[in-house]
Design a binder for this molecule. Structure first.
Ligand SMILES: Cc1cc2nc3c(=O)[nH]c(=O)nc-3n(C[C@H](O)[C@H](O)[C@H](O)COP(=O)(O)OP(=O)(O)OC[C@H]3O[C@@H](n4cnc5c(N)ncnc54)[C@H](O)[C@@H]3O)c2cc1C
Length: 564
C-alpha cells in the first residue's frame, strides 16, 4: 500500500476526544496525524465547555466544597447505570482530580466560583455549579457541585477547544484539515459502507482483519479559493445549523458540493492504530429516524460533522454499535430558579418528577409521558421568576424564559380554569396541586420507604427549600412540552455509538472480540454518558476515552516494525 501520509497513530476527528487522544499519543512519543473534515472544533467548540469532575478538585476546595471520589461514584452510578463496568466508572472518579489537572496543564482554565442557584448554565460570574441531579440523589450519595465550566465568557467550549488545539500543535501533532475519512483500510482490503438500504446500522460480523489506515477525500490539493470557500461557508453555517437546522442545512449545501467537486483521494497509514473520534449522529436525519425516534420534535445539538460517519466507518470494519436509541432531550426549568417552586404535570394533571432534577432527566420523564408537560405556578412564583430574569441569566436563557413567561403560558383565577385553557385534566391537576401544597405547608406525610431526611418529604424527592406552596391566584400553566418551537426548542444529543472495550477503547465486534488497530472515543463510542447525560459528562468522557484509546494504541505493536 502506498500511503500519502503515515503515522503511528491516526485520529479521525479533531474535537475534544480527538484532541485528547492526539495529546496523549504524542506524550507517549508516537507520531500522530489528526484528520478533520473541516478545521476541527466540532460540537466541542460550540459547547458550554462544562467538564464533569469531582472528588476534591482544587476548584471545589477553593469554593469550600467537600467531595470524594466515592461520593462522585455513588451519584454517577445512578446516572451511568451499567453502560460501563463499575470498575471503569470507579477509575473515572478516582482519576477525576488528575484529569482536570491534565486539562489545566494544557491551558484549559477553571475556577472555583460557586454558583448559588440551580441553573442550566451559570453566568459569567460563576464557573462551578450543580450540573446534574446531585441534590435530588442526596439520599444515595453526598451531593457536591461538579460542573466545572471552562473559565471564559459566553459559552466557553470555544475557549476549551482553542486551548486543546494549541496544545496539540505545540506537541508536534500534524493536523490535516478539510480531509474527510471515507473508508477504513484493513489488511483484508478496504471496507464498505456501514448502513443498510433502510438507513439502519449494519452490525458487521465479517472479520476484515487489522485496520491499517484511512482512505480520505481531501481538499489539500484544491484551488485556494475552493478551500477558502469551504472553510468560510462551513464556519458561517455552524450556528444557524444548531439553532435553525433547515437554514443551516441550506447554507451548508455548497460545502458538500465543494467536497465532491474538488476532493481528491488521500491515503493515510496508521502503524499502530486508528482512533475514531468523529462525533455523534445528530446531523443524520436518516440515522435518527431509524434508531432514535424519540428525538423527533427535538433540535439536534449537532454540527454538520455529526453525520454518524465515525459510527459507520467502525461498523463497516466489523464493529458493533449500541444504545443508538439513547438520546438526551433537555428541558431546563431554571433559570429563573423560582420556577423550581412550581409543579410539573402531564396531560392527566399528574406530577412528572422532582422539578429540581437535571434538565436531561426531566426531558427523559417528559418523553416517557408522550412529550407533553406543563409547569403549574402561582402568582408569587411568576413574579419572583420575572424579577430573577433581570440579572441572573445569559442572553439565550433570558430569551427562552421570556417566551415561556409570555407566549408559552396560560393563566386563570382557578385551577380548573387554567387546566381547561391548557388542555390538562382538571381533576388530576387539582388533586396533584392539593397534595403538593399539603406537603409544602408541612401537612403532607412522608412516602413510606422514602429515604429523604426532610421532616415532611415531597414524594417526588424535591428538597424542602424548593417545595413551596402554589396557592396564590391567578394560576399559570407554562408549556414545557417537547415539540418543534423556534423560541423554545428541545435540544437533543445522541449518546450511543460503537461498542468498545472499556479497558482499552478498542472497537468490538458483535461477538465481543476486538478489531485490531481500531479504537473509538467521544460521541462516536458508547461511553460514560451513553445512558443519561448530565452537563459536563460528555466532554469529561471525551477526555477519558480519547486518552484511554491513545494510550493503548501507542503501546500497540507496529503493523510494519521499523526494523523489518
Ligand atoms: C450547544 C452545545 C452545548 C453543549 N454543552 C456541553 C457541555 O457544556 N458539556 C458537555 O460535556 N457536553 C456539552 N455538549 C455536548 C458535547 O459538546 C459533545 O458531545 C462533545 O463535545 C463531542 O465531542 P467529540 O470529540 O466526540 O466530537 P466533536 O467535538 O463533534 O468533534 C468531532 C470532529 O470530527 C470531525 N469529523 C466528523 N466526521 C469526520 C470524518 N468522516 N472525517 C474527518 N473528520 C470528521 C468533525 O468535523 C468534528 O470536528 C454540548 C453540545 C452542544 C452542541
Amino acid at each position: 500500500m502506498h500511503w500519502d501520509i503515515e503515522a503511528d497513530v491516526v485520529v479521525v476527528g479533531f474535537g475534544a476526544a480527538g484532541a485528547c487522544a492526539a495529546l496523549e499519543a504524542a506524550a507517549a512519543g508516537r507520531s500522530v496525524v489528526v484528520l478533520d473534515r473541516f478545521a476541527g472544533g466540532g460540537a466541542t467548540a460550540l459547547s458550554g465547555g462544562v467538564v464533569y469532575a469531582g472528588g476534591g478538585t482544587p476548584q471545589q476546595r477553593a469554593a469550600g466544597v467537600t467531595d470524594t471520589a466515592a461520593a462522585m461514584f455513588g451519584y454517577l452510578r445512578t446516572e451511568v447505570g451499567d453502560v460501563v463496568p463499575p470498575e471503569t466508572l470507579r477509575q473515572f472518579c478516582d482519576d477525576s482530580v488528575s484529569m482536570l489537572g491534565w486539562l489545566e496543564s494544557h491551558g484549559v482554565p477553571f475556577e472555583g466560583s460557586l454558583c448559588p442557584d440551580k441553573t442550566s448554565y451559570p453566568t459569567n460570574r460563576h464557573y462551578l455549579y450543580y450540573s446534574g441531579s446531585e441534590v435530588s440523589a442526596r439520599a444515595l450519595a453526598h451531593p457536591a457541585p461538579r460542573g466545572h465550566r471552562t473559565r471564559g465568557r459566553g459559552t466557553s467550549g470555544g475557549l476549551l477547544f482553542a486551548r486543546l488545539a494549541a496544545a496539540t500543535r505545540r506537541a508536534g501533532v500534524q493536523v490535516v484539515p478539510q480531509t474527510r475519512a471515507v473508508r477504513l483500510i484493513t489488511d483484508g482490503g478496504a471496507t464498505d459502507h456501514g448502513t443498510t438500504d433502510h438507513g439502519t446500522i449494519d452490525h458487521g460480523t465479517t472479520d476484515h482483519g487489522r485496520v491499517t489506515g484511512v482512505e480520505c477525500r481531501s481538499l489539500r490539493a484544491a484551488p485556494w479559493w475552493a478551500r477558502t470557500a469551504h472553510r468560510v461557508l462551513h464556519q458561517a453555517a455552524r450556528k444557524p445549523y444548531l439553532y435553525v437546522p433547515k437554514a443551516g442545512r441550506l447554507m451548508h449545501r455548497p460545502v458538500g458540493w465543494l467536497e465532491r467537486r474538488y476532493g481528491r483521494p488521500l491515503l493515510v497509514g496508521a502503524d499502530r492504530g486508528v482512533v475514531l473520534a468523529a462525533g455523534g449522529f445528530g446531523a443524520s436525519r436518516e440515522l435518527l429516524r431509524a434508531h432514535a425516534p424519540s428525538a423527533r420534535g427535538g433540535l439536534p445539538l449537532a454540527t454538520p460533522g455529526d453525520d454518524g460517519s465515525g459510527l459507520l466507518l467502525g461498523t463497516a470494519a466489523g464493529g458493533a454499535a449500541a444504545l443508538l436509541d439513547r438520546v438526551s432531550v433537555w428541558r431546563f426549568l431554571s433559570p429563573p430558579p423560582a420556577l423550581l417552586h412550581g409543579v410539573l404535570v402531564d396531560a392527566d394533571g399528574k406530577r412528572v418528577c422532582d422539578e429540581s432534577r437535571y434538565g436531561a432527566a426531566i426531558g427523559d420523564e417528559i418523553v416517557r409521558r408522550g412529550g407533553r408537560a406543563w409547569l403549574f405556578a402561582d402568582r408569587a412564583t411568576i413574579t419572583a421568576a420575572r424579577r430573577q430574569l433581570r440579572g441572573g441569566a445569559l442572553w439565550f436563557q433570558r430569551l427562552q424564559a421570556w417566551y415561556l413567561l409570555t407566549f408559552g403560558r396560560v393563566t386563570a383565577d382557578t385551577v380548573a380554569e387554567v387546566a381547561a385553557k391548557a388542555g390538562v385534566d382538571p381533576d388530576g391537576l387539582a388533586a396533584t396541586v392539593a397534595a403538593y401544597n399539603a406537603v409544602a405547608s408541612g401537612a403532607g406525610s412522608a412516602m413510606p420507604g422514602s429515604a429523604r431526611a426532610d421532616p415532611v418529604a415531597d414524594p417526588a424527592g424535591k428538597p424542602a427549600d424548593l417545595t413551596v406552596a402554589q396557592d396564590q391566584p391567578p394560576y399559570s400553566l407554562i408549556d414545557f412540552s417537547i415539540r418543534p418551537r423556534l423560541m423554545y426548542p428541545a435540544p437533543v444529543l445522541t449518546l450511543g455509538g460503537l461498542v468498545v472495550d472499556h479497558g482499552t477503547g478498542q472497537v468490538l465486534r458483535a461477538d465481543g472480540t476486538a478489531i485490531p488497530g481500531l479504537y473509538a472515543a467521544g460521541r462516536s463510542a458508547v461511553g460514560l454518558c451513553s445512558r443519561s447525560y448530565v452537563s459536563g459528562l460528555s466532554i469529561a468522557d471525551c477526555v477519558f476515552s480519547g486518552r484511554r484509546a491513545a494510550r493503548h494504541a501507542s503501546a500497540a505493536a507496529q503493523v510494519t516494525p521499523a526494523d523489518s
